[in-house]
Write a new protein. Structure first.
Length: 231
């Protein structure tokens, strides 16, 4: 494009939207990659430089607008899929090379501190680093942690929850693989409720004032006293 219509203009969410549609149609990309390519393209075509702090915010607003228009999807934490001009792409039929690349990047970027057990299901514990930092500041050894279960990849389960609902990237502390994730999750919840650890002010019933160490201690107790881990 030699006659760039946004030449000498500062970057705005509307300009970001225009460039995202042009540059990323049919592509599944990291949000940071979208930020980098949109801002560099705008500059190369004669647009004005935006403040560093403004670039991610404007791209985010543009992506959210496109999502509202049905032209973008947010299938995993930090990743966006742009679909326009009758290019029909969904989580079920993504281009295979893109899917493989994204899964690899997620695995490289998000690693649980502790993974144990065998099975197709999983019970997981994650938390926000800010909660742990505040707890350490207060000299406490427990903080708000979410304990849930899934019958699919626990990384994708956590990141799909975190993509829009949480203010920072969650720390996936523990993953326990099992064939009976619902029963195991319920048992862990019951122990924590008996210990008065459930955070009743949180949205949902899966947030507890606990820690990965306490979680693993409870899992070990359940493992020794039930058959949840046997088949």
């Amino acid at each position: 494009m030699t006659d760039y219509q946004y030449k000498k203009l500062p970057l705005t969410p509307s300009i970001c939207r225009h460039l995202i549609l042009e540059l990323f149609n049919g592509r599944l990309e990291k949000r940071q990659n979208i930020v980098d390519e949109v801002t560099s393209t705008h500059l190369l075509r004669g647009g004005e430089k935006a403040k560093a702090v403004d670039k991610p915010r404007m791209v985010k607003k543009a992506l959210e607008k496109l999502q509202g228009e049905g032209l973008a999807k947010n299938p995993s934490y930090g990743f966006w899929l742009i679909t326009v001009n009758d290019v029909k792409v969904s989580e079920g039929n993504m281009i295979k090379d893109d899917e493989t690349r994204i899964r690899k990047e997620i695995k490289e970027e998000f690693v649980a501190d502790f993974v144990s057990g065998v099975g197709d299901n999983a019970v997981y514990l994650y938390y926000l680093p800010a909660y742990q930092a505040l707890s350490q500041y207060k000299q406490k050894d427990t903080w708000a942690c979410k304990i849930g279960e899934t019958n699919r990849d626990p990384f994708h389960r956590v990141l799909s929850q975190a993509s829009t609902a949480l203010p920072e990237r969650p720390k996936i502390a523990v993953i326990i693989k099992t064939k009976n994730s619902r029963d195991l999750e319920k048992a862990i919840h019951k122990v924590l409720i008996l210990r008065n650890k459930q955070i009743t002010t949180a949205v949902g019933e899966e947030w507890f004032d606990t820690s990965p160490d306490e979680f693993l201690e409870i899992v070990q107790f359940i493992k020794q006293s039930t058959l949840l881990f046997k088949g």
